[in-house]
Design a binder for this molecule. Structure first.
Ligand SMILES: [Zn+2]
Length: 99
């Protein structure tokens, strides 16, 4: 079984140009699912047609992982530093007050 690295961009998938990767189109009076990508927002890089479901799932998983990593960044940064010593139960610990 081949190992597929899901953190790297999938070379077979690109954003749908018809809907700019949104999966929906905005008409004059209504909004609907993009026909070019069936609402996925992604198409095959080579043909511009619908993606194989496995390729689509892998690319969506990669994008979700990337988005979650960006969401976690501020939380991880807030968990460290001087403020961490003043939160929760701690035994001993550093003195960051500068005195
Ligand atoms: Zn589309």
């Amino acid at each position: 079984m081949a190992v597929i690295e899901v953190s790297a961009p999938n070379p077979l998938a690109v954003d749908c140009q018809a809907c700019a990767g949104k999966g929906v189109f905005q008409g004059m009076f209504h909004r609907g699912i993009c026909n070019a990508c069936d609402g996925l927002g992604l198409v095959c890089r080579a043909s511009g047609e619908l993606l194989d479901p496995l390729i689509a799932a892998l690319e969506l998983r990669r994008r979700l992982n990337e988005a979650q990593r960006w969401i976690e960044l501020p939380r991880a940064a807030a968990a460290g530093g001087p403020g961490a010593d003043y939160q929760g139960h701690h035994r001993g610990g550093g003195n960051w007050t500068g005195d």
